[in-house]
Design a protein around this ligand. Sequence first.
Ligand code: GDP
Length: 138
Amino acid sequence: MSNRTFTMIKPDATSKGYTGAILDQIIKAGFQVKAMKWIKLSEEQAGLFYDIHRERPFFGELVSFMSSGPIVAAILEKENAVADFRKLIGATNPAQAEEGTIRKKFAASIGENAVHGSDSDENAIIEGDFFFSKLERF
Ligand code: GDP
C-alpha cells in the first residue's frame, strides 16, 4: 500500500471548464498535490502513456481523444491513495459510476470520462515518472 497516486484531468473536462471543480473535490477528499502541470500531449506521447492498451479496439480513439486538448497531470498524496482515489473517481463508465463520484458528475461517456486514476502502486510510480522529473515533485 502506497500513499501516492497519479491523475490526469482529461481534455473533455478541461475544455468544459471543470478543472477547478474537479481539483476542489480532490483536495476536499483529503489528497495533497505533490506535483502538477497543464500540458497537451502529442498523439505519440498519448500512445506511449497508454501503451498497455495498444491492442484494444478503442486504442485509436483513446489516443486521439487524449491528445485533443490540454490536460492537467498531477501526483497526489493520501493514505491508501490508489484505492481511495479510484473510489473518488468512480467506474470507468460514468453510467455505472456511483452518485457523487467525479466521473458521475463530470464525465459524458466511457471514453471521455473526465479523469484518470492509477490502478496500482506500481503504475502510479511509472505514470508519475512519465510526466515529472525529481525537480518537479515535492
Ligand atoms: P480506467 O482504469 O478506469 O481509466 O479504465 P481502463 O484502464 O479500462 O481504460 C483506460 C481508458 O481508456 C479509460 O479511462 C477510457 O478513457 C478509455 N476506454 C476504456 N474503455 C473504452 C471504450 O470502450 N471505448 C473508448 N472509446 N474508450 C475506452
